[in-house]
Design a protein around this ligand. Structure first.
Ligand SMILES: [Zn+2]
Ligand SMILES: [Zn+2]
Length: 246
């Protein structure tokens, strides 16, 4: 079951490079029902690149995680591709039976830690930066899973600047989203299909981008209405509404 092996007794004080790749199923199998990866769907393998070396008796493992998932934005609820990136640094001390019962081991190695030592040849301390190893081989599955869990977004955002949903109409705020604005202008049908973009004119919106988008949309719909034959010109509610207000 354990896939990610590191042969401790082959390490020297010169850093050696190791690459591991875990398929999406590796994570979905591990994550229990309570521990689903957010609303996200893993869409590519996780890559762990690390170097490992001896630091005297200890073992130093440094590396990075890369992955990606399809996440749901916590502000506008859109799905977007979320890049997972993180780095880690772990120092493992040799675990000796004499440690058992000492004050230090008593604090950190509980029954779960004992089990981890038996299964993985290593166990983690209170954080992801220190732990103990026993034996010539360690398995990094559980450690990698902790790294992934830590990197998972708690409040995914499609964009740091995501304006979120309009508090008035509950739809996605416009902010000049290219696709919506483009197709919305073409004809009435397209406007209905992409109607999930807020068209409220709200003076309380203070973002200069929102103001700009409103102004831009207004002048463009005016010039469109001028060009159109009058058949569709007056029918888009947004164009009529915003012109009335100005
Ligand atoms: Zn968003
Ligand atoms: Zn709105």
């Amino acid at each position: 079951m354990s896939q990610f092996k590191l042969l401790i007794d082959r390490l020297t004080d010169r850093p050696q490079r190791f690459d591991y790749e875990a398929p999406p199923e590796w994570w979905t199998h591990r994550a229990g029902e309570d521990d689903r990866p957010g609303e996200g769907e893993i869409d590519r393998p996780f890559r762990f690149e690390l170097t490992a070396r001896r630091l005297g008796e200890d073992v130093l493992v440094e590396g990075s995680l890369e992955g990606g998932l399809s996440a749901e934005c916590s502000r506008c609820t859109r799905r977007y591709a979320h890049a997972l990136r993180d780095t880690f640094r772990l120092v493992l001390e040799p675990y000796g039976e004499d440690l058992r019962g000492s004050a230090r081991a008593h604090d950190s190695i509980d029954p779960e830690g004992d089990r981890a030592l038996a299964v993985n040849g290593m166990c983690l301390g209170d954080d992801l930066e220190a732990g103990w190893f026993r034996g010539p081989v360690i398995f990094l599955d559980d450690f990698f899973a902790e790294v992934v869990a830590t990197a998972m977004p708690i409040q995914p955002l499609c964009d740091e600047e995501c304006p979120g949903l309009c508090p008035h109409c509950g739809m996605e705020r416009g902010m000049g989203r290219a696709s919506g604005a483009e197709s919305g202008r073409r004809d009435g049908q397209a406007t209905e299909q992409t109607a999930a973009v807020c068209r409220c004119t709200d003076e309380r919106v203070e973002s200069p981008f929102a103001v700009l988008a409103n102004w831009k949309g207004k002048s463009e719909s005016e010039s469109n209405a001028g060009k159109a034959s009058g058949k569709t010109g007056g029918r888009t509610a947004s164009g009529a509404g915003s012109r009335k207000r100005s």
